[in-house]
Write a protein that binds this ligand. Structure first.
Ligand SMILES: Nc1ncnc2c1ncn2[C@@H]1O[C@H](COP(=O)(O)OP(=O)(O)OP(=O)(O)O)[C@@H](O)[C@H]1O
Ligand SMILES: [Mg+2]
Length: 126
C-alpha cells in the first residue's frame, strides 16, 4: 500500500506498480501499460481528491492478474459514466480515465459523493 497526496506521488505509485508488475511474468510492455494507468490514477487522487492510497496484489481468479485498488477521500464523482469519457474534465484534458480503460483489462469505479472514490483495475498477467 502506498499513500498518494501530491501530484509528485504519481511517480512513486507508478514505480511501485512497475516493480510489482516486473515481479510477475507480465511482459515489459504490459508492465509499462500498468504503470502508466497507475500514474493516471494517482494524478486523479492528488488533483481531484484530497488523499488516498493505492494497493497492489496478485490474484489467480478468474485468471492470473494484478489488481490495483485506489481508495481516496475526496468529493466523489457525480456522474461516473460521463467522467469515463474522453474529453470530460474539470480542468485538464480529460484523457486520464479513458486512457486507464485502454491500458488495463478491467476498470470498476465506485464513487460516493462527499465520501470518496474507489477505482479497481485488473491487468491480466498474460
Ligand atoms: N478520484 C477522483 N475524485 C473526484 N473526481 C475525480 C476523480 N478522478 C476523476 N475525477 C473527475 O473525473 C474527471 C475526468 O478524469 P480524467 O482523469 O479523465 O481527466 P482529468 O484528470 O480532468 O484530466 P487529465 O487526466 O487528462 O489530466 C475529472 O476532471 C474529475 O472531475
Ligand atoms: Mg486525470
Amino acid at each position: 500500500v502506498l499513500g498518494c497526496k501530491s501530484t509528485a506521488d504519481r511517480f512513486a505509485c507508478a514505480a511501485l506498480a512497475r516493480a510489482f508488475g516486473r515481479s510477475t511474468e507480465m511482459s515489459v510492455l504490459r508492465v509499462e501499460e500498468l504503470a502508466l494507468a497507475v500514474a493516471e490514477l494517482a494524478s486523479n487522487v492528488a488533483r481531484h481528491a484530497v488523499e488516498g492510497e493505492i494497493e497492489l496484489r496478485r490474484l489467480e481468479r478468474p485468471r492470473a492478474h494484478v489488481e490495483i485498488v485506489c481508495r481516496d477521500r475526496g468529493p466523489g464523482i457525480a456522474d461516473v459514466e460521463l467522467a469515463r469519457r474522453d474529453g470530460v474534465s474539470c480542468d485538464g484534458l480529460g484523457l486520464g480515465l479513458g486512457a486507464i480503460e485502454r491500458l488495463v483489462d478491467e476498470v470498476s469505479i465506485e464513487s460516493t459523493l462527499g465520501v470518496g472514490t474507489i477505482v479497481t483495475l485488473r491487468k491480466w498477467i498474460r
